[in-house]
Design a protein around this ligand. Structure first.
Ligand SMILES: [Zn+2]
Length: 104
């Protein structure tokens, strides 16, 4: 995180914004928990434990949305035959990428 999610100031300290004084420690903790569950989902995939992969991928996406976590949950959904959820997530990621100038 390089910008404050509240006021868009450049962050020098990751725990508190120097401009608006927003405490960002909890946000960083949540993001770290999301990354933890993302790694657990990948590890479960490598062991072919797809229901466990789905659990961790869903937890990761619930805590902090990112295109990577959405793709991970979409993959896990398909692997446990939740095709509707997988299809919906793939379309959401695809649509958000089409609307994001970084991907054009
Ligand atoms: Zn701020």
């Amino acid at each position: 995180m390089t910008l404050c999610p509240v006021c868009n100031a450049q962050l020098e300290d990751l725990k508190e914004c120097h401009r608006c004084k927003t405490y960002l420690g909890q946000i960083m903790d949540i993001k770290n928990q999301a990354m933890y569950h993302q790694q657990k989902a990948i590890a479960a995939f490598e062991q072919s434990h797809f229901h466990e992969m789905f659990f961790h991928a869903r937890r990761s996406l619930t805590l902090f949305y990112s295109p990577e976590s959405a793709r991970l949950l979409a993959s896990a959904s398909i692997l446990i035959n939740k095709f509707d959820l997988g299809y919906m997530l793939w379309n959401r990621v695809k649509t958000s990428q089409l609307n994001n100038p970084e991907y054009k």
